[in-house]
Ligand binder design. Structure first.
Ligand code: G3I
Length: 316
């Protein structure tokens, strides 16, 4: 069976990031996405600069397309991402706006985007990547304007805009043990304690062939113990090119372990890959010398990693 049929048996969403452009232009890509995945995350189409390239001028076409295609295929949509420092519109950060105007723009943006898709989004990454590598809160255009409560503020605005969407805080490099994980845990615990409307925590899980994060299951469980869902939101497993049979086998093992750790935690609701095919993966563009990080190769042929994921889903 497909990954999506197998995942349904395990009461898990199996997701992929999807490119709006590839969906429009590549029927083979669209058909594999529809067949294999029960959840879709727009890879770029919902990012703030994409939907509002100029202040007050919106282009919803790509985001609408992904949502519409997913609906037609009976797939659940995971929204990504209302606020991400690396997706700040140029017009917001060019120094022309006052702090009050930035705050107003952030609130308006969340109301508009989460409001537009109200009822059609299962969950939102409300805030993406709040932490520096050392665990300190990142300084962003909005943290400077809104002060330290900007994260809490963003979650409240998202709840108001779409009361039924699950609201997630998403981060990378926090899968296992470590100072950044501990800082992330303290941040999330503080939000829960203050009554901020947060429903879940996302673990991106962009990794390579080095050993998997230590104590991932325990780490996921401590977040779940706060009363939250946990989700694996952006898995890919890059390798140093060129590929060899041994590297592809190792890659399959890393995918398998990541999924097994999610399956070991009842609150782990979804396992989402950051693109399913090497044809369009972001890795070669942004990580030099690395690539082939996905479940399917560039010809859309399943790799050993696909069989590993299917195998882990099949085992009861
Ligand atoms: O589509 C245009 C193309 O028309 C143009 O010629 C080209 C020139 O630069 O740019 C293309 O757009 C690029 C897009 O990827 C599609 O390839 C953007 O410049 C580039 O910034 C964009 O990168 C995305 C990146 O986030 C930054 O937004 C990647 O697709 C996307 O995979 C990556 O995803 C992030 C998550 O959102 C958050 N977590 C980490 C993850 C990986 O970096």
């Amino acid at each position: 069976g497909s990954l999506r049929a197998l995942a349904a048996e395990r009461d898990l969403f199996i997701g992929s990031a999807a490119s709006a452009q590839a969906l429009a232009q590549d029927p083979k890509y669209a058909s594999v996405l529809a067949r294999e995945f029960s959840m879709v995350t727009p890879e770029d189409a919902m990012k703030w600069p994409r939907i509002e390239p100029q202040a007050g001028q919106h282009d919803w076409s790509d985001a609408d397309r992904v949502v519409e295609v997913a609906r037609a295929n009976g797939q659940t949509v995971y929204g990504h991402a209302l606020l991400w420092y690396a997706s700040t519109p140029a017009w917001l950060a060019d120094g022309s706006l006052s702090d009050a105007q930035i705050r107003e723009a952030v609130h308006r943006h969340i109301a508009e985007e989460a409001g537009r898709y109200r009822g059609r989004i299962w969950g939102w990454d409300v805030v993406n990547e709040p932490l520096e590598a050392d665990g300190r809160l990142r300084r962003t255009a909005w943290s400077k304007a809104m002060g330290p409560d900007w994260i809490a503020d963003a979650f409240r605005a998202a709840r108001a805009a779409d009361p039924h969407a699950k609201l997630f805080l998403n981060e990378f490099g926090v899968d296992g043990d470590g100072a950044k994980s501990d800082a992330f845990y303290e941040l999330v615990r503080g939000l829960v304690k203050k009554g901020v409307p947060i429903d879940g925590v996302g673990f991106q899980s962009h990794v390579d062939l080095t050993p998997v994060p230590e104590h991932r299951v325990e780490n996921l469980r401590r977040f779940a113990a706060l009363g939250l869902d946990v989700a694996i939101t952006e898995v890919d497993v890059r390798l140093i090119l060129p590929p060899t049979a041994a590297k592809l086998k190792k890659q399959a093992e890393v995918y398998r372990r990541t999924l097994q750790d999610c399956l070991a935690v009842p609150e782990c609701v979804s396992f989402t890959v950051w693109g399913f095919t090497d044809r369009y993966s972001w890795i070669p563009n942004l990580q030099s010398g690395a690539g082939m990080a996905c479940l399917f190769d560039a010809e859309l042929v399943p790799k050993p990693a696909y069989a590993a994921v299917a195998g882990a889903l099949s085992r009861a």
